[in-house]
Ligand binder design. Structure first.
Ligand code: NOJ
Length: 491
């Protein structure tokens, strides 16, 4: 990337200065992420209760392709000090991890807090801070207490209160030391993947109702957690909060599909962002209209996309201190042909938009058909966000690459290089204010349906070893070099 600037030397003399510049802005921070169910293990230790992934992995034979569970995972519950060693070895500025709701509040409700749960996260937070690493904490990363799921989980409006109560407990315990908060990780996975496909926890198929009830109540739950912090903790602790959205970038298949691609983005990014970041609030208008028409066609007396009251809409609007974005992959879309059978969103097509989803043949594959590589999509998505929601502060809260293992992970090195390059272009050429980049993930862990077969780690974990030995991959060394130089290594 060539940079040419006019430098004014004196009132009468100015020169032009050009340089190759792949450095990150001053103060830019690098981190890595994990999530409680994927790394902690200790699923029934002390008074921890069952979470929805415990139940799903234990009872549904097809839950994971390798028949595995998160019962032990990376054993980070016992090996958190080793994790911190690796975090320090990498040179990370911050570590993103999640708190397990069923570990901290075993009954789901805020009437009882586990001493053991309190201690575990206190130790982890203090251990990180002692090494100069900032904690970035996710309140919810897909591990709802099963007792709350039995009451309807994210489709029950009362979860807005339950989540708010849980958030208040967490802020009271750790708010003095944690300044970066994330509420509900990837609501698109929690709602759309879950209820449209049932191949993930809680394993309930309810594409017409579950998906959209969940969509509404995660937005309200997020807003409740934000408002509680704002009114009860902000003045004291001055932390920042957002909701990490998983954004899939959509390109038009042909030039006839430009409007459809925009609708696909509104359906993915917009359905979880518009209510929070747009000036008018509520659902993205185009999606709201389509959902009304679709619901009518299906014979329902009202839209399946549950309306917001004016009060709810105002309550959700503006509940952010920054935009948190998880990005992995992109797709192309086209209008379905007459009679074409569509598969379920978001793993397959987008039936709500009568759209067929695919990938361009030239896009590289990873070992997983879901994670197709289109690094330019990362930059284009950021440009779209800025255009739609404004010149906000953007944090990349996840980005990463799966393979089948091995220490020489060239594919992952290339992935990080190509995506960080697009990120720098977004920062320098599109003027997008991105301040953090988070690699997914610190070490191999329980990758949901793929169990331990899909490896995303900067560190390899030996799952046959009771010590769960963590060994750095080439990508770990590559990432460390970038962090140390504060610049992208394009070699
Ligand atoms: C996003 C999720 O937040 C995380 O849990 C998952 O492991 C990665 N994507 C990779 O699929």
């Amino acid at each position: 990337m060539s940079w040419c600037k006019v430098v004014v030397l004196s009132a009468l003399l100015s020169v032009s200065w050009c340089a190759e510049d792949w450095t990150f802005p001053p103060g830019f921070k690098f981190g890595a992420a994990s999530a409680a169910y994927q790394v902690e293990g200790a699923w029934n230790v002390s008074d921890k209760s069952e979470g929805i992934w415990d139940r799903f992995a234990h009872t549904v034979p097809t839950a994971t392709i390798d028949g595995s569970t998160g019962d032990v995972a990376c054993d980070s519950y016992n090996l958190w000090e080793t994790d911190i060693e690796k975090i320090v070895e990498l040179g990370l500025h911050y570590y993103r991890f999640s708190i397990s709701w069923p570990r901290l509040l075993p009954y789901g409700f805020a009437n009882f807090t586990s001493e053991d749960g309190k201690r575990y996260y206190n130790d982890l937070i203090d251990g990180l801070l002692a090494k100069g690493v900032e904690p970035m904490v996710t309140l919810y990363h897909w591990d709802l207490p099963q007792v709350l799921q039995d009451l309807g989980g994210w489709t029950n409006p009362l979860i807005v209160n339950w989540f708010g109560d849980y958030a208040r407990v967490v802020y009271s315990l750790y708010g003095d030391r944690v300044k970066l908060w994330l509420t509900i990780n990837e609501p698109m996975s929690v709602c759309d993947i879950a209820y449209n496909t049932a191949v993930v926890a809680p394993g309930l198929l309810s594409p017409d109702h579950g998906t959209y009830l969940c969509n509404k109540y995660v937005l309200l739950g997020h807003a409740r957690a934000y408002r509680i912090y704002e009114s009860e903790f902000k003045a004291k602790y001055n932390g920042e909060i957002s909701i990490p959205n998983q954004l899939m970038w959509y390109e038009p298949w042909t030039e006839d599909d430009v409007d459809l691609a925009e609708l696909a983005i509104q359906n993915n990014a917009g359905r979880y962002s518009h209510a929070i970041y747009s000036k008018e609030g509520g659902w993205p208008p185009a999606i709201e209209k389509i959902m009304e028409e679709n619901s009518k066609k299906k014979g329902y007396p009202r839209s399946l996309l549950p309306a917001f009251t004016q009060e709810e809409s105002e309550y959700i609007k503006g509940t952010y201190d920054y935009y948190a974005m998880n990005y992995y992959t992109s797709r192309v879309v086209r209008a379905a042909k007459e009679g074409e059978v569509l598969t379920a969103y978001p793993i397959g097509d987008i039936p709500d938009l009568n759209a067929v989803v695919g990938v361009r043949p030239e896009w590289a594959q990873s070992n997983s058909s879901f994670f197709v590589l289109f690094p330019e999509g990362f930059r284009r998505q950021l440009v779209w966000l800025k255009k739609n929601y404004g010149d906000l502060k953007y944090l990349i809260t996840e980005n990463g690459y799966p393979d089948i293992g091995g220490l020489n992970d060239e594919g992952r090195v290339n992935y990080y290089r190509d995506h960080l390059k697009q990120l720098l272009l977004a920062i320098k050429e599109d003027g997008i204010n991105v301040t953090h980049y988070t690699a997914w993930t610190l070490m191999d862990n329980f990758e949901w349906n793929n169990g331990y077969s899909s490896k995303f780690g900067l560190y390899e974990v030996d799952f046959n070893d009771p010590l769960r030995t963590r060994t750095p991959r080439d990508s770990a060394r590559y990432y460390t070099k970038i962090i140390k130089n504060h610049a992208l290594d394009l070699e």
